[in-house]
Design a protein around this ligand. Structure first.
Ligand SMILES: [Zn+2]
Length: 69
């Protein structure tokens, strides 16, 4: 069964599972880039797939894409 995400569910997920806030107000699909606000104040774009499945839940400053550890 496919879990159907809505923008409300995503917003709740973001608030419950990260320090970031979701700024995007419409969700069109997994490939869409969503706009988040990081706890440090930076805005960053990320698809929900990456955010959720790859644990990329902060901006590139707080969580560099190629962290060595
Ligand atoms: Zn940050």
């Amino acid at each position: 069964m496919n879990k159907r995400w809505t923008i409300d569910k995503i917003k709740t997920f973001v608030e419950n599972n990260s320090d970031s806030t979701l700024l995007t107000t419409e969700y069109h699909g997994f490939s869409q880039n969503l706009l988040f606000k990081c706890a440090c104040g930076n805005n960053f774009e990320k698809s929900f797939t990456k955010f959720k499945n790859k644990n990329q839940r902060k901006c590139d400053v707080c969580q560099p894409p190629k962290a060595s550890r």
